[in-house]
Write a protein that binds this ligand. Structure first.
Ligand SMILES: NC(=O)c1ccc[n+]([C@@H]2O[C@H](COP(=O)([O-])OP(=O)(O)OC[C@H]3O[C@@H](n4cnc5c(N)ncnc54)[C@H](O)[C@@H]3O)[C@@H](O)[C@H]2O)c1
Length: 356
């Protein structure tokens, strides 16, 4: 597969995508004159499943791989974990030029990315995402962050990787609920910017769910392309990148009022459906396209609605960071493959869409 280019001038990079592509990592590192020492940051789950093999591949090619593990879980995406990595890096004499390889899902990618951005003011970062969500979303675009108290993802930096290696073979070991979780972002990418991806999801969902590698690789590739194209035009989230928030205003509110017991994918799926219902009422989106969206979300194994306390959800939306000067910037689909930002969506409209 052709690499996907994230075009950001001096910070441009490639996303290498496909089956077993981690075999090619040593060649890429060599060509990029990365040096022989590498800092691999991962968690024990991913290390066990894919890290040993990657270490073997790199060691066999003459690289010296220093492994640093962080316990598995969102709660370890913290300043404390970053601090421990700084200490361990310093003890291992990791230098500013040593590439940091972030092997794992979005938690490892965000945390290791933050550490790469800040340790000695920045070391080369290679993202090696191993969840569907990370391959199509979090590893691309340079948003790195840790959580701090109530501040989720609010302590961070824009720091682009030098490359992303999304090996779709690693997804074979992913728990089914994690695959479903990532599907919400794939569907979102299709609605935001790729009608062909959407039809692929309609036609090949059974194959995707059964783990057919070709089908999975093509959806990962196309969804990553949507994100790469948007990030290339709006690196620092000052406009177009907002489009990627389709389903997320309501989705974040649902996660927050349910104390994160509802998964991100489920919350985004319900948020996308509500946004689409609002768009239909505003005569921006066709009823037929809403039905197609409901069909794809359901066939992916995601719900289209949840029993929720609507008043709580609305309250959480009011606290959302996307409210600027009292105006809610809401992303609405206008057709499959195109969205717009609207400031005309009211709390009543959201309440109605959630209870429909
Ligand atoms: N930076 C961004 O732009 C961005 C975008 C979206 C989400 N995020 C962040 O991403 C995080 C969520 O990422 P996630 O959904 O990947 O969760 P995650 O990183 O917690 O991974 C989910 C689980 O899957 C395990 N896992 C990872 N790869 C595996 C594999 N190949 N086989 C088996 N198990 C595997 C992990 O150990 C973990 O237990 C959140 O912290 C979120 O804030 C960041």
């Amino acid at each position: 597969m052709q690499p996907i280019r994230v075009a950001l001038g001096a910070r441009s990079y490639n996303i290498y995508n496909g089956r077993e592509i981690l075999q090619e990592l040593p060649d890429h590192l060599r060509r990029a004159r990365m040096g022989k020492r590498l800092a691999l940051v991962t968690n024990p789950t991913v290390f066990e499943l894919h890290g040993y093999q990657l270490r073997e591949t790199l060691s066999a090619a003459g690289f010296e791989v220093n492994i640093f593990t962080v316990p598995d879980g969102e709660e370890y995406k913290s300043l404390e974990s970053a601090g421990q990595l700084y200490t361990q890096f310093a003890e291992a004499l990791i230098e500013r030029g040593t590439p940091l390889l972030a092997l794992g899902g979005g938690v490892i990618g965000d945390l290791a990315g933050f550490v790469a951005a800040t340790y000695m003011r920045g070391m080369p970062l290679v993202q090696i995402p191993t969840t569907l969500l990370a391959q199509v979303d979090s590893s691309i675009g340079g948003k790195t962050a840790v959580n701090h108290g109530e501040l989720k993802n609010q302590i961070g930096a824009f720091y682009q990787p030098v490359a992303v290696f999304a090996d779709t073979s690693t997804l074979k070991t992913l728990a089914p609920d994690q695959l479903v979780n990532g599907q919400a972002e794939v569907i979102k990418s299709a609605v935001v910017g790729d009608p062909l991806l959407f039809s692929l999801l309609e036609r090949r969902m059974d194959e995707i769910k059964s783990g057919d590698e070709r089908a999975v690789s093509s959806i990962v590739y196309r969804a990553a392309m949507v994100k790469a194209n948007i990030v290339s035009r709006d690196e620092h989230d000052s406009g177009l990148r907002n489009n990627l928030n389709l389903g997320h205003t309501i989705g974040h509110a649902i996660e927050s009022v349910t104390d994160f017991k509802v998964s991100h994918g489920t919350a985004v799926a319900v948020g996308m459906v509500a946004a689409a219902r609002i768009a239909v009422r505003m005569r921006l989106f066709a009823q037929h396209d809403l039905e197609r969206l409901l069909g794809v979300i359901t066939s992916a194994g995601l719900p289209t609605a949840l029993e929720l306390n609507t008043a709580d959800v609305l309250e959480a939306i009011k606290h959302d960071k996307k409210i600027t000067d009292g105006h809610l910037k809401f992303i609405l689909p206008v057709k499959i493959g195109r969205v717009v930002v609207s400031e005309k969506v009211t709390m009543d409209m959201i309440a109605e869409a959630l209870t429909e």
